[in-house]
Write a protein that binds this ligand. Structure first.
Ligand SMILES: C[S@@+](CC[C@H](N)C(=O)[O-])C[C@H]1O[C@@H](n2cnc3c(N)ncnc32)[C@H](O)[C@@H]1O
Length: 255
């Protein structure tokens, strides 16, 4: 889903309550994420963290005891209302909640660390995302760090090929049909393709290129390039799952 800021604000206001129910059901995911943030970013008690797209506060709430202050920024009033309520209930008093966006976080200070989880993919297109990363650079102190976890195309040719082999073997076994019969059905429109592997490879690459073109799902390499072009050094990238990736980047020079 790629939404403009105006559409996004309305959409997430409507979704906030049920989104928070999902967050509560998947608390373990957030514990794991925060563990990974702490391992990579090594936050200090004196640090100020800005979380952009903070949602109902799952990550901000877990990080708050580790640092001086968190500024939880989100486009949705309703998300922030729920996050505030959760912070009050948990007795966490070092989170500031700010209505803002990736392009206009509405904060008056520079921060040590920026965290953003599962949010940048919600924005319109590649240009919005690229600009968001340039803006992060401006809000960081020298050598400030960014931790970004999000849906992105973490395409790995070797893994894809292995999966394709497994699927083909499984399908043949399941239906007891010969490879030839499959070929007749699947390759009707693709006379130049000769085996199932080639067929899957081609289909997957169409799919992946198509997703990348929308700008909603960017490739890990594109995001890395945006960071590098904006004056960051990318210190580490990780696959978080088959659909999600992690980027840890550090500001290298003043904008
Ligand atoms: C999928 S939720 C993730 C929330 C939270 N980070 C989490 O992992 O639970 C996406 C969040 O991004 C926010 N968001 C969407 N577009 C935004 C934008 N342009 N600027 C700032 N926040 C935005 C939404 O309001 C929503 O809270």
């Amino acid at each position: 889903m790629g939404l403009s800021e105006e559409e996004g604000g309305k959409y997430w206001d409507k979704e906030a309550k049920s989104y928070n129910e999902e967050v509560e059901k998947h608390r373990n995911r957030y514990y794991e994420l925060v563990e990974c943030i702490i391992d990579l970013m090594n936050p200090k008690k004196t640090d100020v963290i800005m979380e952009i797209g903070a949602g109902t506060g799952a990550v901000s709430l877990l990080l708050a005891p580790k640092v001086k202050k968190i500024i939880a920024v989100d486009i949705s009033k309703e998300m922030l209302r729920i996050a505030k309520e959760k912070a009050a209930k948990a007795g966490v008093d070092n989170i500031e909640f700010v209505r803002g966006t990736f392009h206009k976080p509405n904060i008056a200070e520079k921060v040590d660390i920026i965290v953003t989880i599962d949010s940048l993919h919600c924005t319109t297109n590649g240009n919005y995302k690229k600009r968001a990363i340039e803006i992060m650079h401006g809000y960081l102190k020298n050598e400030g760090k960014v931790f970004l976890e999000d849906e992105m195309i973490v395409y790995d040719q070797k893994i894809l090929k292995r999966r394709v082999d497994q699927i083909v073997r499984y399908l043949v076994k399941l239906t007891r049909k010969s490879d030839k019969e499959f070929r007749d059905v699947l390759f009707e429109e693709r006379p130049n393709i000769h085996d199932l592997k080639e067929f899957f490879d081609e289909s997957m690459s169409y799919y992946i290129k198509g997703m990348a073109k929308t700008g909603h799902h960017l490739k890990l390499e594109d995001l890395v390039r945006y960071f590098e072009d904006s004056g960051f050094e990318v210190k580490e990238t990780k696959r978080a799952s088959s659909t999600n990736g992690i980027i840890y980047a550090r500001k290298t020079k003043n904008a």
